[in-house]
Design a protein around this ligand. Structure first.
Ligand code: PMP
Length: 290
């Protein structure tokens, strides 16, 4: 495996960053997870744009242009001779001193890993996920905006731990008002009365690229699409529920806090959106080999 770090490629064994990098010391940095299918990187431009927006929000200067980041990402996939897989694109604050100030870090570091991906097992797409609400809430925007895809995932990791300890596969995270924000690594949707509904970004969700894509696909298919605050009651009584994320794609939810959603099996709207999403990923994206 060839890994990109700051303009050069290294073998897996030699791909290293400093213990003084503030990405390691403080989780100070931003990242993207990106999929590529059939030799094309899906929504590359959107991911690069979000990476730069996250960096802008935390006063992190990425020492490359958007075009350079996109090119380096494509090259990393090409050098690894991959057609299908997952990319981790990371920008750390860079090497500094022991002390919080990012102003002591001279230059941000960019690294890119292109690898294969382990999705949920196929059975989850047939039978749906088991989800529980976690006591760990999503970080409020006045603490750390959930719109920033930062290297600081402890909040979500603790929620994921709670979910696993409760025997579930995913954790549903609420915001300070008690409304649904999102899951630990995915956005959440319900189908109710023939409409597709998801919490607004202001409820404390990441502005997911899969979320946006699914909303566009649904609208194109003639489904009413709404962003609305959702309570747990809304989820419990939904006709269907599913999650979206780059890695998981569109994944049905069978159960939340012991309540069976709809008739448990993935519902017809979820199945249709799963199919449409897969069709799109199979043909759209920035070509790796051209
Ligand atoms: N929410 C969180 C907290 C995430 O980390 C992610 C990405 N894994 C998502 C939502 C989904 O975003 P995207 O569709 O852009 O991958």
């Amino acid at each position: 495996m060839k890994i990109y770090i700051d303009g050069r490629f290294y073998s897996e064994r030699n791909a290293k960053i400093s213990v003084f990098d503030h990405g390691v010391l403080y989780g100070d940095g931003v990242f993207e997870g990106i999929r590529f299918y059939n030799g094309r990187i899906f929504k590359l431009e959107e991911h690069v744009n979000r990476l730069f927006a996250s960096a802008q929000a935390i006063l992190l200067t990425i020492p490359m242009s958007k075009e350079e980041v996109a090119k380096a990402t494509i090259k990393t996939c090409r050098l690894n001779k991959l057609k299908d897989g997952y990319i981790r694109l990371v920008v750390t604050r860079g090497v500094g001193y022991l002390g919080l100030s990012p102003y002591k870090c001279k230059k941000a570091s960019v690294f890119i890993i292109a690898a294969t991906i382990e999705l949920y097992p196929e059975a989850v797409y047939r039978n749906g996920l088991k989800v529980v609400t976690t006591g760990t809430m999503r970080t409020p925007a006045n603490v750390l905006s959930p719109a920033v895809k930062s290297l600081n995932y402890l909040n979500n990791i603790m929620a994921k731990v709670e979910a696993i300890q409760a025997g579930a596969e995913e954790g549903l995270m609420l915001n300070g008002q008690g409304n649904v924000a999102e899951c630990t690594g995915d956005n959440v949707f319900i189908i109710k009365g023939g409409a597709l509904i998801t919490p607004p970004i202001s409820a404390g969700a990441l502005d997911g690229i899969t979320r946006r894509t699914v909303m566009a696909i649904a609208a194109e298919a003639g489904l009413p699409v709404r962003e609305e605050n959702l309570t747990r009651y809304d989820i419990f009584t939904a006709d269907e529920c599913f999650l979206t994320g780059t890695a998981a794609e569109v994944v049905p939810v069978a159960q939340v806090d012991g309540r069976v959603i709809g008739d448990k099996r993935p519902g017809p709207v979820t199945l249709d959106l799963m199919r449409r999403y897969r069709e799109l990923t199979a043909c759209e994206g920035a070509p790796i080999y051209s």
